[in-house]
Structure formats: structure tokens, C-alpha cells
Design a protein around this ligand. Structure first.
Ligand code: PEP
Ligand code: CO
Length: 444
């Protein structure tokens, strides 16, 4: 393949989908110059460590849990929101460790998940046509023409919010989130309401026993292992000028130091597009969203560009077909990637193929569809002889009512009670933790 030399800005000569129309180029340049001089948000050594962890996931020795908001909002960057999200992710990861008998790699969609691809450029609100909301990194959600104006200063604000978020998360983790390891202290009301409560209680007992055992014998390294968890950040690499400004060279290698893990979205994954070009040059582990409209040949071409060295840990394929399509679609991709020899991590995103609208206009997802796609995906990997290396959820620690179902029983009529998402519907804290229990019941 003829691949001209990569530069942090080489994407600029290609077509970049889903970019905002900024009307003040000088203001864009000023914001980018400012960002380029700021300290990075993560360190190259952390990014490289995640790539090494993911290499183990590609070999089936680790399991990945990636989760967080569809669209993070600047105004939701608060101690309580971040604490609740981290709590639910850590609790899920403990259940998944039990379920898979593998150490879990935790990756938050957090501290930078501020830019959203949209299917349409405009929307009609109360009879008026407005540019769509593209995420806090670009414009404001309020339905007015002024608010929807793309403002380059938001890139600088995004950097500061990402920094504040990750600083707080690092503090929580360094300070020891010890209570998280005691399921007695988790909010497990959903278990009592579940027809599966016996199975769930057995899982709780097993985890409690394991933690007690480790605490008892843990004078050596084990207690420390329990207390100190690793946690990585991720977001969709969508707004390329911002991503370029976060790109730094260390010891001859380029890293994007705005997050540990970056993915290319389903709508920006053109083989000859700007997003693939940008991502091929940074050493960060890269995710690629794979859905029903992507020809397998295109996926292989993209893999050849991003992972010419066939390096385990370099690429994670995040499949999102929907419960109805996964059976017919997934096997062809598993075979094609296997033939091409790319040692990828396979993740299942059971959210984005299962979105539907209710009669009263709420975008929602059903817990049953989400779990069905997961279950089918586990089965299909097993029958092809590949390994499902992890799961990817849109979730929040807050008690929102955006997805239907779960033992807590959010019903379609209740969606309006606490529907807060800035983009796609998220599992609430109880639904998310229950999802980990469902996986544990499936696998054990
Ligand atoms: C997302 O992960 O929020 C998203 C937009 O997904 P996809 O690109 O798979 O549609
Ligand atoms: Co989404």
C-alpha cells in the first residue's frame, strides 16, 4: 500500500467527516496554539502500559470493561457524578473479574468524551431549524442559534474539564477506594427485586469470600493489589484539530496525550478518510467501531493502515450490530480478521445497534436487547474459536431512566421521569451493575 509519510497534521489533506464549520479561522488557530503548549493530560508510559495490557486481552488473558457517558457535559463534571461513575465501573469490574477469572482492564469513556457525531447536521425545534448539538467540545446544547454556534474556545474548556476530571479520578484511586471491595456496602436493591436473586446472592457471597481471603493473607502484595487499581481514559477521536493539538512526540514516538485510548466512530471510519489517517500515526491503542454497513474488505484495509505491524494491543474492534443483526453479521468479520492476521481485541458494544424511539419521542434501549446481543456475541466467538475480550457500555452512576428494563424495572412510561442524557440513553447504576451480574451468571 502506498502510504505517504504521517504527520500530526497529515489528515488535513483528506476528507474529514463530522467536523464543525468554524467561522473564525484565527480564533481556531489561537485555541489550538494555546492547547499545544499545555501540559499533557496523560503520560506516554501510561498509554504504552495500556497497549501492553490490551495485548494480553488479545491473547485472552485479560478482559476489558469500557464504559461511561455517551456524551460527557462540562456542567456534569462534578465530584458526585465522577465518584458515582467510578464506583459503578469498579464494582462491575470486580464482578467481571469473578465472571471471567481474568484481571479486568478498566477504561472510562471519561475526561474528554465531549464530541459527538450526528446523523443530521440540522434539527427542527419548535418549528425553527437549528444546527445540531455536536457535543460540549464544539457547541452548546441549548436550542438557540447562538448556543449552537461552533465556538473554538470550547476546545480549551474541554481540555480543562478533562484535566479536572482525571485529576479527581486519580485522587480517588490513589486515596484507596477500599470500601468498593466490600459488596455488603454496594447498592444492591435490584437483587431483591430480581427473579434471579438466588444466583446473584451466590455471586456476592463468592466475591465477599475471595476479598476476605485476600485481606486475611494479604500482608504481602495482595492487599495492595486490591487497593490500587489501574484506570484508563478514552474518547472518540472525532474533532481532529483538537486531537492534533494533544499530539506530542516523546523519544521519537508520537502519542495523543489527551487520553489513553482513542476510537474512530462508525460514522467517521472511511478507509481513505482523515480520521483513519490521524490515528494510524499515534502509538495509542486504537478502537474501531464495526457495524453492519462496514464492508469486511474496508475493515481489513483500515486494519492494514492502522496496524501494519500486526501488533497485539494496537487495535481493538468494537462490534455494534444490534441483537437482531449480530447473528447474521458478526461471523464474517471474525473470519476476515482472522485470515488477515491482525491480533485484535474484540469488544462488544451492545448499545449502539439497539437504540429505538418510543411513541413519545424518547430514544431508548432495552436491557433485554443489550444482554441478548452480548449473549449471542459470546456464543459466536466461542463457535468461531475467537475470544470476546471485553464489553463496552454507555452508563452512568446516576439513577436516570433512559434505558428500559432490569430488575429495578424502568418501564417505557417512566422514561420521562429522569431522562438526562445529552445524546444516547445510558444504563443507570443499578442496570449497569446488574449487566455485570448477568454476564457472571452466563459465564459461571
Ligand atoms: C458512541 O460510541 O457514542 C457512538 C456514537 O457509537 P458509534 O460510532 O458506534 O455509532
Ligand atoms: Co452513544
Amino acid at each position: 500500500m502506498n502510504t505517504p509519510e504521517w504527520q500530526p497534521g497529515s489528515w488535513r489533506s483528506l476528507v474529514a467527516a463530522q467536523q464543525p464549520d468554524y467561522d473564525d479561522p484565527a480564533a481556531v488557530e489561537a485555541a489550538l496554539a494555546l492547547l499545544s503548549g499545555k501540559p499533557p493530560i496523560v503520560a506516554p508510559g501510561e498509554v504504552d502500559r495500556l497497549r501492553a495490557d490490551l495485548a494480553m486481552a488479545a491473547e485472552g488473558r485479560r478482559f476489558v470493561l469500557q464504559g461511561g457517558d455517551c456524551a460527557e457535559r462540562f456542567e456534569e463534571c462534578t465530584a458526585s457524578n465522577l465518584t458515582r461513575l467510578l464506583q459503578v465501573l469498579l464494582q462491575m469490574s470486580l464482578v467481571l473479574t469473578y465472571a471471567t477469572r481474568k484481571p479486568v482492564i478498566r477504561i472510562g469513556r471519561i475526561a474528554g468524551q465531549y464530541a459527538k457525531p450526528r446523523s443530521k447536521g440540522v434539527e427542527v425545534v419548535d418549528g425553527a431549524e437549528l444546527p445540531v448539538y455536536r457535543g460540549d467540545l464544539i457547541n452548546d446544547m441549548a436550542p438557540t442559534v447562538e448556543a449552537r454556534h461552533a465556538d473554538p474556545k470550547r476546545m480549551v474548556e474541554g481540555y480543562h474539564h478533562a484535566t479536572a476530571s482525571l485529576n479527581f479520578i486519580r485522587g480517588l484511586i490513589e486515596g484507596g477506594f477500599a470500601d468498593l471491595h466490600h459488596p455488603q456496602q454496594w447498592d444492591l436493591d435490584f437483587i431483591e427485586q430480581s427473579p434471579d436473586s438466588d444466583a446473584y446472592n451466590k455471586i456476592i457471597d463468592a466475591i465477599t469470600d475471595a476479598v476476605k481471603f485476600m485481606t486475611t493473607v494479604g500482608e504481602g502484595g495482595m492487599l495492595e493489589t486490591l487497593r490500587r487499581v489501574s484506570f484508563y481514559t478514552s474518547h472518540e477521536a472525532l474533532l481532529l484539530p483538537y486531537e492534533q493539538a494533544m499530539t506530542r512526540r516523546t523519544a521519537g514516538e508520537w502519542h495523543n496525550l489527551g487520553a489513553h485510548f482513542l476510537w474512530v466512530g462508525y460514522r467517521t471510519c472511511q478507509t481513505d478518510g482523515a480520521h483513519v489517517e490521524y490515528l494510524r500515526g499515534v502509538r495509542n491503542p486504537v478502537g474501531i467501531k464495526v457495524g453492519p454497513n462496514m464492508p469486511t474488505a474496508d475493515l481489513i484495509e483500515i486494519l492494514d493502515r492502522i496496524d501494519p505491524g500486526r501488533e497485539a494491543g494496537r487495535v481493538t474492534l468494537i462490534t455494534r450490530f444490534g441483537a437482531n443483526r449480530v447473528g447474521e453479521c458478526l461471523p464474517a468479520y471474525l473470519h476476515a480478521v482472522g485470515h488477515a492476521g491482525h491480533p485484535v481485541v474484540w469488544l462488544c458494544d451492545p448499545m449502539h445497534g439497539n437504540t429505538r424511539a418510543t411513541a413519545d419521542g424518547h430514544k431508548t434501549r432495552h436491557v433485554a436487547d443489550i444482554f441478548s446481543e452480548l449473549e449471542q456475541t459470546f456464543e459466536m466467538h466461542a463457535s468461531v474459536g475467537t475470544c470476546l475480550g471485553g464489553v463496552h457500555f454507555e452508563l452512568t452512576g446516576s439513577p436516570v431512566t433512559e434505558c428500559v428494563g432490569g430488575s429495578g424495572g424502568v418501564r417505557a412510561q417512566q422514561l420521562g421521569d429522569c431522562y438526562q442524557t445529552a445524546c444516547d440513553p445510558r444504563l443507570n447504576g443499578a442496570q449497569a451493575l446488574e449487566m455485570a451480574f448477568l454476564i457472571a451468571r452466563l459465564l459461571r
